[in-house]
Design a protein around this ligand. Structure first.
Ligand code: UP5
Ligand code: MG
Length: 190
């Protein structure tokens, strides 16, 4: 029997580009469920899972956690939620993540939001966030930027070739960015 596939929007952008902030707004206005891959990994560390130490070390180094770990967490979260519309924030981060998610879940994103923001603005935001994240120090931030350029930009290029990317100038104030986001989610009238 053909199971109905959920609608998935991938929310991508560099570290500190505002993915989490804008996802919270989208949830309020458009009824999606927000799944942040980074939040799921941080919850896995806190839960005392056997993978916790490995995940913690990778996040501290700004490295990408093996996709089987992240995909398992995302799949579980999708199944646990009653909703059929999801924002997947901060995943896929490399081509291997992208391909594995497609194979394992059979899900392709309907669209991909890309929050485009200069590094200096992202760096400023991350250094003033003060939420005690182990990766919000200048040394790790530089590593996260490098991984984003080397591994995550190719994922965005892949979806650009499929005309799925909606690029948003994320260097503006939160409210202005959300105006652009809203336009993406609001069906155009005839
Ligand atoms: N802020 C937000 N918008 C603003 C605006 N328009 N103007 C001014 N300030 C703004 O925002 C960051 C800060 O900026 C906040 O203080 C906010 O108030 C302010 P936020 O919305 O949190 O940005 P976000 O893009 O979500 O930044 P985040 O740091 O979460 O992005 P990352 O992609 O770096 O982090 P994530 O949690 O996704 O991943 C962390 C690590 O987990 C990765 O480096 C990796 O090691 C691991 N990971 C994997 O291995 N695999 C995965 O699939 C996912 C993560
Ligand atoms: Mg985030």
């Amino acid at each position: 029997l053909a199971e109905k596939k959920p609608t998935v929007v991938f929310v991508l952008g560099g570290p500190g580009s505002g993915k989490g902030t804008q996802c919270a707004n989208i949830v309020q206005h458009f009824g999606y469920t927000h799944l942040s891959a980074g939040d799921l990994l941080r919850a896995e560390i806190k839960s005392g899972s056997e993978n916790g130490t490995m995940i913690q070390n990778m996040i501290k180094e700004g490295k990408i956690v093996p996709s089987e770990v992240t995909i398992k967490l995302l799949q579980r979260a999708i199944e646990e939620t009653g909703n059929e519309k999801f924002l997947i924030d901060g995943f896929p981060r490399n081509e291997e993540n992208r391909a594995a998610f497609e194979v394992v879940t059979g899900i392709e994103p309907s669209i991909v939001l890309f929050f485009d923001c200069p590094e200096e603005e992202m760096e400023k935001r991350l250094l003033s966030r003060n939420e005690g994240r182990v990766d919000d120090n200048i040394e790790t931030i530089r590593k996260r930027f490098r991984v984003f350029l080397e591994s995550s930009i190719p994922v965005i290029q892949y979806y650009e070739s499929k005309e799925k990317v909606r690029k948003i100038d994320a260097a503006r104030p939160v409210e202005e960015v959300f105006e652009s986001v809203k336009a993406v989610f609001t069906p155009k009238s005839a």
